[in-house]
Design a binder for this molecule. Structure first.
Ligand code: NAD
Length: 480
């Protein structure tokens, strides 16, 4: 067996030991006083006030991480959902925490049954870089609401935001309550091998597998918020201009670096050309300039930029049509990391961009003849995180919903199911497991504990030995 040299092993072991110590400190604190309603409310209020006070700092840190991220996107797509989520939790927490009375089996009456939602303990959260504030704090809000302590490892690809999160959260909370761990892959690996009571991971399907494997060692349950290709189907009866506009708005938020961005569009064959033409008109209305426009977000890194370029080049080489929409003809490249909105059609399965999640402003168009064919196309591929369908015909909407499965759906628009506080958010199959947000997040980070309270009469004495006539009567009554 290969052994790791002492010099290499030492830092990794020291790191693991340090993380373990933090976990132990948190565990001790949790055991001595699990957060009650008052403490949770105080924490959520502090988080809300802190966010409002520091929002401009986050706008700046995220923008520096991207080399340019629209201020409005950080405020509307990260700060607003967080503030809304906290408000929702504060409004409903008392009710969520109340023991839930449920019916008791006839044979056990007059005993009583109820469910008590108790905090799990210490939750480990790993977040992705693309919405580095939202994806770190949204699970944190739910975990705090459910009464847990939290260790958070933000993504190393948004380092300034990670540092700011650490400073921000350590100003608000003691380390034994909320701790932020900074670092790259090695830290992440040590982090997921800790015996947490739950791990919530947001990131790629590939790393999700590794996280689940590591967590299995400790039998730590996981929530995996993963990615994949989110299909969009447009029915020819739906106004194409409206659909195209809504698709492009959603696609180009964060320059397409959104887990639930429409990845590709299934269009009736007769509408393909019109969609391309509409794209040429709509994109310049949204972004008259790309480079000299702080509202058009940059691709997070050179490597991510090159990957996108390779996806498009591969498609072009394999015979696809590519239209780049660069309204002011500005120079775009890996140096400024501005990737122009790009429409691609005549795509085939063998092309990389039809295999990988795109995660950028590139939109392949896939023609279909019948709706059944479009549904089949979706079903022949891994179950997506989100699916979008544009149609106003209730029966056809029903047909698409019944015959497909995805984490969530928005009908007649894209993305916005994620913003509904009463809807669960999470994937299915390769796009993830488990869901959070609102009451679903509260329950995700709680143990739904079964409590049965026996009555003084305890009819169960009829089924205790020595078995006699009464038991015989009970058997006749119960086993039929
Ligand atoms: P990633 O999987 O590369 O990294 C995510 C996190 O995993 C980082 O914090 C990283 O430090 C950590 N990590 C890396 N290697 C690890 C390992 N071996 N063991 C444990 N942890 C490890 O993902 P990414 O590039 O940051 O994010 C992009 C992906 O995330 C896309 O697929 C996107 O769809 C998905 N995503 C999903 C959601 C969602 O809510 N479902 C939201 C945003 C992004």
């Amino acid at each position: 067996m290969a052994t790791v040299p002492e010099t290499e092993r030492a830092p990794q072991e020291a790191l693991a030991a340090q993380l373990k110590r933090t976990l132990e400190i948190q565990r001790r604190a949790f055991r001595s006083e699990p957060p009650d309603y008052r403490r949770r409310v105080e924490a959520l209020r502090a988080l809300r006030a802190g966010l409002l006070a520091r929002k401009d700092d986050f706008v700046q840190a995220i923008s520096e991480d991207f080399g340019g991220r629209a201020r409005e996107e950080t405020l509307l797509l990260e700060c607003f959902p967080l503030l809304d989520q906290i408000k929702h939790a504060l409004k409903h927490l008392k009710r969520w925490m109340r023991p839930q009375r449920v019916g008791t089996g006839f044979a056990f009456l007059p005993g009583r049954s109820y469910i008590v939602y108790q905090p799990l303990g210490i939750v480990g959260i790993l977040s992705a870089w693309n919405y580095p504030l939202l994806l770190a704090l949204s699970p944190l809000v739910d975990a705090i609401a459910a009464g847990n302590h939290v260790m958070l490892k933000p993504s190393e690809l948004a380092p300034r935001t990670a540092e700011l999160l650490k400073a921000f959260l350590s100003e608000l909370f003691p380390e034994e309550y909320v701790a932020v761990v900074i670092g790259g892959v090695e830290v992440a690996q040590a982090f997921v091998s800790l015996p947490f009571d739950h791990i919530l991971f947001t990131g790629s399907t590939r790393v999700g597998r590794l996280v689940m494997k590591a967590a299995a060692e400790n039998l730590t349950p996981v929530t995996l918020e993963l990615g994949g290709k989110c299909p969009t189907i447009v029915h020819p009866d739906f106004d194409l201009q409206t659909a195209a506009r809504r698709i492009w708005v959603g696609k180009l938020y964060n320059a397409g670096q959104t887990c639930i961005a429409p990845d590709y569009v299934l269009l009736h064959r007769s509408e393909l050309e019109a969609f391309v033409e509409l794209s040429r008109r709509i994109v310049p209305q949204l972004y008259p300039r790309l480079v000299a426009n702080p509202q058009y977000t940059r691709i997070v890194s050179r490597a991510h930029y090159e990957r996108l370029r390779q996806l498009v080049e591969d498609a072009r080489e394999k015979g696809a049509h590519v239209v780049e929409i660069n309204p002011a003809g500005e120079p775009c490249g890996p140096d400024n990391k501005v990737f122009p909105p790009t429409v691609v059609w005549d795509v085939r399965d063998g092309m990389l961009l039809m295999q990988e999640e795109i995660f950028g402003p590139v939109l392949p168009l896939v023609p279909y003849e019948t709706l059944e064919e479009a549904v089949e196309f979706v079903n022949a591929r891994p179950r997506p995180l989100a699916l979008y369908y544009f149609d106003t015909h209730p029966k056809r909407v029903d047909y698409v919903l019944k015959n497909t499965l995805s984490g969530g759906v928005t009908v007649n628009d894209v993305l916005f199911h994620i913003a509904q506080q009463n809807l669960p958010f999470g994937g299915v199959g390769p796009s993830g497991m488990g869901e959070y947000h609102g009451v679903h997040g509260f329950r995700r980070f709680s143990k739904a504990r079964a409590v049965f309270r026996q009555s003084r009469l305890a009819p169960t004495r009829l089924i205790a030995p020595p078995y006699g006539k009464l038991t015989e009567w009970a058997v006749r009554f119960l086993v039929r």
